[in-house]
Design a binder for this molecule. Structure first.
Ligand code: NOJ
Length: 575
């Protein structure tokens, strides 16, 4: 491995600053709070911190709507705080990765304020402006330039009264899409990225970066998408997911921002709906695009027709998906590995079991399975404690714009409120955003003020202080997994082979590297599970293997004896 591939041995920890640690009593986490917790993160052993956006923002989408890319929102602190964070994180070798949100800005960004001011403003073309649909009067139903649905419900176009034209927003109406066709836009973004690198940050997580290139007809037209059942809107994704110039844009970004610098930065592109074939192109080091992508296949498997139509997960589908990504990116390219982030419900409630008797074991099992795949693992704040989904009492408890808009539009469309609430409880992003649980004191030690989001009532039991003090906690299991990546080269570099793909509850795979074999056995159920020679070929060879890491208090008497409920074993043998 060359130095410029360091990210292959790294573990990234994601911080959602708003919910991490408040220091000034306003109920919202801040950058000084992150600095205060660096020791905790160092004890866990992570290599990189990725911060969700802390830039100036009206907070319509909790900071993913940016009005100044080169300043920190006063809610989170100041640029001086960020400089201090970079310096103090770097001291023990922790790198800092910033969120890069450049598919869209806030509608309060000066670029958009100018752009919307008149049709002939020099920045007009920095965004997607279009007249009403031919033959329709602006502002009347169906007059939007295309029928695309926005990710946060409703049409993706908003009429601006000043000039009588519509602008495109694939997310909220306060998040207008930048027009990447315009070279001035691209130059401005690259200059801003260089500014952050010069400040000392170590890379970027690129928000919905595969949406920046749109399919534009020769006459500048955008097309309608396939109608979405039950709505008057259509699916625009074929016209903006991995559009025709996406690879060109990312290669240009690489040249303009990263080339010629002595440091190797980390780049990870968030890419909804990306296929593994596309991911191979994005992550092929020879193409100079990004190091890895966040794909969504495995977190979409419990969705029916759409995100708000939840169905039970079939473990066979999960293995088929992960297995394909492992195989197809084995020789060229690289995987990112995640269960959780600020947009996903809590993993232990979703893929494991948050029942009191299984929570700790299943949270550790999920960690073992994920970290032993080939790729760079991401830990989302609180995942290392086995934090769970939030018991939301009713619709009034949800704050996230996506959840709030979904509730409103679904109810307006006549959906059963209980069903809508059920889907929200399972799928809302608010599950991930409840404050970090630090200790058993008021508000879980997150703030001395009133927390912006409700603290999960289970914090007296599930919190960092208790976890650090308990050697058998989820925290120490994650710490050991991270340590294992350093001590055992097969974890980062081994070849991956999926086993027993058709088994409904056993997740089993092997990693092989230079005479070492690792076998991971994980029981995704609350029943005992006997592993057989049909599941693991030549199982007998493993009977004398070492148990590198288990997840239950007492070790099994034999490493191949039946797995107990939610048991996961990592075995090692030399060949
Ligand atoms: C993806 C981010 O992860 C999500 O939180 C945000 O709402 C959208 N992109 C829009 O920026």
């Amino acid at each position: 491995m060359t130095d410029d591939q360091w990210f292959r041995e790294a573990v990234v920890y994601q911080i959602y600053p708003r919910s991490f640690q408040d220091t000034d009593g306003d109920g919202i986490g801040d950058v000084p709070g992150i600095i205060d917790r660096l020791d905790y993160l160092h004890t866990l052993g992570i290599d990189v911190l990725w911060l969700s956006p802390i830039y100036r923002s009206p907070q319509d989408d909790n900071g993913y709507d940016i009005s100044d890319y080169e300043d920190v929102d006063p809610t989170f602190g100041s640029l001086a705080d960020v400089d201090r964070l970079i310096e103090q994180a770097h001291a023990p070798g922790i790198r800092i990765v910033m969120d890069l949100v450049v598919n869209h800005t806030s509608d309060e960004h000066p670029w958009f304020v100018e752009s919307r001011s008149s049709r002939d403003n020099p920045k007009r073309d920095w965004y997607w402006w279009r007249p009403a649909r031919h033959g329709h009067e602006a502002g009347t139903p169906g007059a939007e330039p295309t029928n695309w649905q926005a990710s946060f419900s409703g049409p993706a176009w908003e009429l601006d009264e000043t000039t009588g034209e519509y602008y495109l927003h694939l997310f909220s109406r306060k998040q207008p899409d930048l027009n990447w066709e315009n070279p001035q836009v691209r130059e401005a973004v690259y200059a801003m990225m260089r500014w952050w690198l010069d400040r000392g940050v170590d890379g970027f997580r690129m928000d919905v970066i595969n949406m920046i290139s749109k399919h534009v007809g020769p006459d500048g037209s955008l097309q309608d998408g396939r109608p979405i059942a039950g709505t008057v809107l259509g699916d625009g994704t074929p016209f903006y997911i991995c559009g025709p110039r996406i690879h060109e844009f990312l290669q240009e970004m690489h040249r303009e921002v990263f080339d010629g610098r002595s440091q190797k930065y980390l780049t990870v592109g968030e890419m909804p709906m990306v296929t593994v074939e596309e991911a191979l192109l994005f992550t092929d080091p020879a193409r100079h695009e990004v190091d890895m992508v966040f794909q969504f296949e495995h977190v979409d498997l419990d969705h029916g027709e759409h995100k708000w139509d939840r169905k039970p997960l079939d473990l066979r589908d999960l293995k088929a998906s992960f297995g394909r990504w492992q195989e197809d990116l084995a020789d060229i390219g690289w995987n990112s590995l995640y269960w959780n982030n600020h947009d996903q419900p809590r993993a232990v409630s979703r893929f494991g079991s948050d029942a009191p008797e299984h929570r700790v074991a299943s949270a550790k099992l999920l960690g073992s399975v994920l970290h032993l795949h080939r790729g760079t693992p991401y830990v989302y704040q609180g995942e290392e404690l086995g934090m769970t989904n939030v018991p939301f009492a009713g619709p009034q408890d949800f704050q996230d714009i996506e959840s709030v808009n979904y509730y409103r539009t679904a109810i307006e469309a006549g959906a059963d409120p209980e069903w809508v609430l059920h889907n929200l409880r399972l799928g809302s992003r608010d599950n991930a955003r409840s404050p970090m649980q630090w200790d058993a004191s008021a508000n879980a030690g997150f703030t001395t003020g009133t927390p912006w989001a409700r603290v999960n009532p289970n914090y007296p039991e599930i919190n960092a202080e208790a976890a650090v003090a308990d050697d058998a906690s989820v925290f120490h299991h994650y710490r050991r997994l991270i340590e294992l990546r350093r001590s055992e080269p097969a974890v980062a570099h081994g070849h991956f082979t999926m086993l027993a793909p058709e088994h409904r509850t056993l997740y089993a795979f092997m990693r092989t590297f230079e005479g070492t074999e690792l076998l991971v056995l994980a029981n995704f159920s609350a029943d005992e599970l006997a592993v057989t020679g049909d599941d693991v070929p030549r199982l007998d060879r493993w009977s004398g293997a070492d148990l590198l890491l288990g997840n239950l208090a007492d070790d099994p008497s034999s490493v191949v004896e039946p797995l107990r409920p939610w048991e996961a074993r990592i075995l090692r043998r030399t060949t």
